[in-house]
Design a protein around this ligand. Structure first.
Ligand SMILES: [Zn+2]
Length: 258
């Protein structure tokens, strides 16, 4: 009888072992945090400084056709005219972070004809890949605008992932890497960051926070630099989180696919 119990106990344990996660991220964690920021504006300089200070990784989605140009409309939001970063500062500015594509000149992708879509993708790649030193892998849809044709062409262009602006407000892994719905825009991120830090997860999860660095110059609630620092500081330096770029994250997911 005693042996039957022991056998039963062993069988139960084997079953439970089967349910445990097979994988963890490279640092042994089951949680991951990705920051994805768009447009390549001069406020990225300040944001990169904060990322570096707190040892988190950013994915920066850039429009190579707009470098050095002005953004007059930004004055209505920040009190001063906006500016895109310059081509010659990209390599040093984004050192340690991911240089990614946001199209050449930022048109909405939904309904755009094939030739223009191909141009927008290939031109950005042509300009940025030599600076990065390898092909661009990540993409963010300009204006969050896309359709099935755009998704197909982004994939055909060799990009491994494409971010939308549709917040999931959860920590599930992306199902379609060409339609990667992020967790949350930074403005609404703090409660979710706190929830994520407290989460004890047996399965792999991810929190992707997105936005534009210039929004922190609005100086409104949850869109100011004190808030930016608090958010980054709160989520940073946790042993059970993998801080990673979008491309490296997707490469890892692809590598564990059966
Ligand atoms: Zn944009």
């Amino acid at each position: 009888m005693k042996y039957i119990f022991i056998l039963y106990f062993l069988a139960i344990n084997l079953c439970l072992a089967d349910e445990k996660p097979i994988h963890s991220y490279p640092n042994g964690a089951t949680k991951a945090v990705i920051f994805s920021y768009d447009d390549g504006v001069i406020q990225d300089r300040k944001l990169v400084e904060l990322f570096n200070q707190y040892h988190v990784v950013g994915t920066f989605n850039l429009n190579s056709g707009l470098f050095g140009k002005k953004l007059p409309w930004m004055e209505a939001f920040t009190g001063k005219q906006g500016e895109y970063i310059n081509l010659d500062e990209i390599k040093s500015l984004y050192k340690g972070h991911e240089i990614a594509s946001h199209s050449y000149s930022h048109p909405g992708f939904a309904g755009l004809n094939e030739a223009e879509l191909k141009f927008q993708l290939s031109r950005d790649q042509q300009i940025l890949a030599p600076i990065k030193g390898s092909p661009l892998k990540s993409f963010a849809y300009p204006l969050g605008s896309y359709d099935n044709a755009a998704m197909q062409l982004v994939k055909q262009a060799g990009l491994t992932n494409a971010r939308t602006t549709n917040d999931t407000l959860d920590f599930e892994l992306p199902k379609n890497h060409m339609e990667w719905n992020p967790t949350v825009h930074h403005e609404k991120a703090m409660p979710l960051v706190k929830q994520y830090i407290a989460l004890k997860s047996e399965k792999l999860t991810v929190m992707m926070i997105w936005g534009h660095a210039w929004e922190f110059d609005k100086n409104t609630k949850n869109n100011n630099w004190d808030y930016a620092e608090k958010l980054i500081r709160t989520v940073s330096n946790k042993d059970d989180i993998w801080y990673v770029s979008a491309a490296e994250f997707i490469q890892f997911l692809e590598s564990i696919k059966q």
